[in-house]
Ligand binder design. Structure first.
Ligand code: A3P
Length: 300
């Protein structure tokens, strides 16, 4: 197996480089115009990134092809100035902007991606607009399991049975799914948070994409919205080298083990869980999510 030693911040496991850059991350000064995409890993980060960039570029596919999804953003400038060469290292992935990276990009509008638990956010981030995407726990778990198999920067997940324990105990990078989703859900009315569900985007992409557009303060034609729906479909994004991570070195992501764009489906189409595991998971879920009004609609 891979020998990746994770580190901890306030009980949350993180990749070593994230922890090594923690003070830098915490002192980052966000501007009120910045938009942050926030997700638990595997909740559809790349999908919402592409949607936001398509909206930002007014549906211009060529412009969205300008770089791989992880590099379409001035945040990299900040990261470089801070001496961090690869944003993935700080757990802040890049997204798009209509603004070219400027040398003084602290003033440029930032659209970025984070996986922070709510309570670990740098304080200056609280003034921002957030797009939170939640995906049901079981699909996240299945997706994360396969991701840890193919991603050499993450620990080996072990067997599915072992991973079941790891995941429910939140012993994965970026912590417990339960704490993450609950934390953000409880904050959604207090701050500027557009709370979306992966399942809803799957069911009615146009409806959800329109919400994102409105949240971003944009106004695009119906035809442009239709185009964005098409261009951000699973099938398109799986074939698109700018979104499918196929350009990432094999020493980091080995797509022959499992592809990054794996299935893009909803629970019920997967058969990882045994009946007993499913029951146990549901029971744990009820306990951990007790008192929360969040509801994942699983029907297409
Ligand atoms: P699966 O492993 O279940 O296929 P993230 O970007 O947060 O790492 O999430 C990756 C998951 O989102 C993967 O899930 C991937 O297939 C899915 N995904 C990516 N683009 C998608 C799209 N356009 N439509 C549906 N699912 C998508």
């Amino acid at each position: 197996g891979k020998q990746i030693k994770l580190k901890e911040v306030e009980g949350t496991l993180l990749q070593p480089a994230t922890v090594d850059n923690w003070s830098q991350i915490q002192s980052f000064e966000a501007k009120p115009d910045d938009l942050l995409i926030c997700t638990y890993p595997k909740a559809g980060t790349t999908w919402i990134q592409e949607i936001v960039d398509m909206i930002e570029q007014n549906g211009d596919v060529e412009k969205c092809q300008r770089a791989i999804i992880q590099h379409r953003h001035p945040f990299i400038e900040w990261a470089r100035r801070g001496g961090v060469h690869h944003v993935g290292q700080v757990g802040l992935e890049l997204l798009s902007s209509s603004n070219p990276p400027a040398s003084t990009s602290q003033s440029a509008k930032i659209t970025d991606v984070i996986h922070f638990l709510y309570h670990l956010l740098p304080t200056s981030f609280l003034t921002l607009k957030f797009l939170y995407v939640a995906r049901n726990a079981k699909d996240c778990m299945v997706s994360y399991y396969h991701f840890q198999r193919m991603n050499h920067m993450l620990p080996d997940p072990g067997t599915w049975e072992e991973y079941f324990e790891t995941f429910i105990n939140g012993k994965v990078v970026w912590g417990s799914w339960f704490d993450h989703v609950k934390g953000w859900w409880e904050m959604k009315d207090r701050y500027q948070i557009l709370f979306l569900f992966y399942e809803d985007i799957k069911r009615d992409p146009k409806h959800e994409i329109r919400k994102v557009m409105q949240f971003m303060g944009k106004n695009l034609d119906e035809t442009v919205l239709d185009k964005i729906v098409q261009e951000t479909s699973f099938e398109k994004m799986k074939e698109n080298p700018m979104t499918n991570r196929s350009t990432v070195s094999k020493s980091i992501m080995d797509h022959s083990i499992s592809s990054f764009m794996r299935k893009g489906e909803l629970w019920g189409l997967e058969n990882h869980f045994t009946v007993a595991q499913n029951e146990r998971f549901d029971e744990i879920y009820r306990k951990k999510m007790e008192g929360t009004s969040i509801n994942f609609c699983m029907e297409l």
